[in-house]
Design a protein around this ligand. Structure first.
Ligand code: DGY
Length: 320
């Protein structure tokens, strides 16, 4: 029997990650690639030293309370850790890591796609072309909202928020942001800081969310905050579905407060919100912010780096 630590991969991560994991660990891979259920997570914790879950595996307090002592580390293959009850895991003495930095550009790229797609009637245009129903053109046909030079509000200026701001500067957007702490001047690049989200919202013709899902940010964009945006604003969410009150969003789309929205994250995943499908000015993608080959390899390798450090008796770089 090998003396390598036993690692469970509940999902089929990138081939390069699996190859490296197979080399350095006794790998237990869920070839079926189905989300790990609570029962599977609990049962596996009796058989493995480490797990590399994605945000699809839920480590609730109830699940964590039933984990077996063999499990030493949960090395997440995600930057977001809202699927983990960190306090419960810490109380059990289980180390937890995530994968920051490596997915910031891919996620920021996708946020820009959402912003552009929402601004320029992409869903409607795509439908006309695919159904062969593009039968007229006029100067008032599919007129959207110009991005270049527009005012952009960013909520959360962490790594992804800053990467998104860098992309938005390429469109000469006037960038305003709200963050718990003001960035050092060399990281602001002229972005205007708001101490409160309340002063940010009225100037945000486009608003992009880049903060984590926590109990404090649940339904951050509720009816009141959506109403505080300029008329015809566009909301972009590539962070987490929990940040948006989805009924309030539908209402804001219906009454024209929002001219459009671009969403990659939903309260219910997979599946999304069936109410949204009726509105072509909601441009939607299925949680694929970090889904590029380069980034998925980098996420897997970063999670493995964390595991390697842990089992070498060192502090993993991304220990939470
Ligand atoms: C993350 O890393 O948090 C992304 O949402 C993908 O899981």
């Amino acid at each position: 029997m090998s003396d390598k630590p036993v690692l469970w991969l509940p999902r089929r991560v990138s081939d390069a990650t699996i190859e490296r994991a197979r080399r350095d660990y006794d790998l237990v891979l869920n070839e079926a690639d189905t989300p790990g259920t609570s029962n599977e997570i609990i049962a596996m914790s009796a058989q493995v030293d480490a797990m590399m879950p994605c945000h699809s595996e839920q480590f609730s307090a109830e699940v964590v309370s039933q984990l077996y002592p063999r499990l030493k580390i949960v090395a997440n293959h995600s930057v977001g850790v809202d699927h983990c009850d960190l306090a419960a895991l810490a109380a059990k003495g289980i180390a937890v890591t995530n994968t920051p930095d490596v997915l910031s550009d891919a996620t920021a790229e996708l946020a820009m796609l959402l912003l552009l797609g929402a601004a320029r009637h992409t869903v409607q245009g795509d439908r006309l072309m695919r159904t062969g129903t593009w039968d007229s053109w006029s100067p008032s046909f599919m007129v959207g909202k110009q991005v270049t030079g527009a005012r952009l509000g960013i909520v959360g200026m962490g790594r992804v928020g800053r990467a998104f701001a860098a992309k938005a500067r390429g469109f000469d957007m006037e960038i305003h942001y709200f963050n718990r702490n003001r960035l050092p001047p060399d990281q602001e690049h002229g972005a205007i800081y708001h101490e409160s989200i309340d002063t940010l919202l009225p100037v945000a013709d486009f608003l992009s969310l880049h903060c984590p899902a926590t109990p404090e940010t649940l339904d951050l964009m509720n009816a009141e905050r959506l109403a505080a945006l300029p008329n015809g604003a566009i909301l972009v969410n590539s962070a987490r579905g929990a940040l948006v009150d989805e009924d309030a969003l539908v209402h804001a789309i219906e009454n024209g407060k929002l001219s459009a929205a671009g969403l990659d994250c939903f309260k219910t995943e997979p599946g999304g919100n069936p109410k949204f499908a009726a509105y072509e000015n909601i441009f939607m993608l299925p949680h694929i912010g970090s889904a590029t080959t380069k980034t998925r390899d980098a996420m897997g390798f970063r999670a493995l780096d964390n595991l390697d450090a842990f089992f070498a008796g060192k502090t993993p770089r991304d220990l939470l």
